[in-house]
Design a protein around this ligand. Structure first.
Ligand SMILES: [Zn+2]
Length: 250
């Protein structure tokens, strides 16, 4: 699942196209029916922005392209002609650069979904302490692992970074948001923001806990557990020995 840091990385690679008039095509029929290529073809790209897990490309004339990658979608950016054979949903070309979008699955001109998002955790202006009251708006009994991934509260954190941030701050994904202190919430948001921003610029670090079910905890040596959490049943990974909170979810 592409998380906020991957989207910021793609946004940075698309930035050289800003200010240029873009040629747009949709080789894949599913891309074509979105109408995106037709709407943006020949327009000047005015800005590229990652907001949570959404990528927004703003074109002149008030046309905004929104791309959400979900599990399968991806972008490739390189010199013209560097794209592998196949049928991308969208091809943007300008200034010798070619940006291709593959497998959708969300490519649209509607940015209504973005307006419902919470603040982007990675944005320059975002202050983690200021997000704590937002996390308090949700039901106090919801487990932290789920709350951190609620994009309406704070945008950008997916499953991997949720697991890593809670392990780093020694809080269980099953601890309810009501049982976490303001300082706990600030610390976990601050850790996620710092590490995700570092991952935008450099490589993603090895996971301490994510994907390590059955292996020893790097802090205490106990075994890492895994269990599905939330409506989407995403797998939470945690150490029940050194992360504060219920041993498992009920
Ligand atoms: Zn441990």
């Amino acid at each position: 699942m592409p998380e906020g840091d991957s989207l910021h990385r793609i946004a940075a690679r698309l930035r050289p196209l800003v200010g240029l008039r873009v040629t747009a095509t949709s080789p894949h029929p599913r891309g074509l029916v979105t109408g995106v290529a037709t709407a943006v073809d020949g327009r000047r790209l005015e800005g590229v922005e990652a907001v949570g897990k959404h990528l927004l490309l703003r074109f002149e004339g008030g046309v905004t392209l929104r791309s959400h990658l979900r599990l399968s979608g991806r972008w490739h950016v390189g010199p013209i002609g560097s794209t592998r054979a196949g049928r991308p949903w969208l091809v943007l070309r300008a200034g010798g650069i070619e940006a291709t979008q593959w497998n959708g699955p969300v490519l649209s001109l509607d940015d209504g979904a973005v307006r419902r998002l919470g603040p982007d955790l990675l944005a320059e202006s975002t202050e983690p302490a200021a997000l704590v009251p937002r996390l308090r708006r949700t039901e106090a009994s919801r487990p932290l692992g789920e709350v951190l991934q609620d994009q309406r509260l704070v945008a950008g954190v997916g499953n991997r970074w949720m697991c890593e941030a809670l392990w780093a701050t020694a809080l269980s994904p099953w601890l309810s948001v009501g049982e976490a202190s303001d300082e706990d919430l600030r610390a976990v948001l601050q850790w996620a923001r710092t590490e995700m921003r570092a991952a935008v610029a450099g490589p993603r670090p090895d996971a301490a806990v994510y994907g390590r079910a059955g292996r020893p905890c790097r802090r205490c040596g106990d075994v890492i557990l895994a269990r599905g959490q939330g409506d989407d049943n995403r797998t939470a990974y945690w150490c029940a020995c050194c992360q504060r909170g219920p041993v498992t979810g009920s």
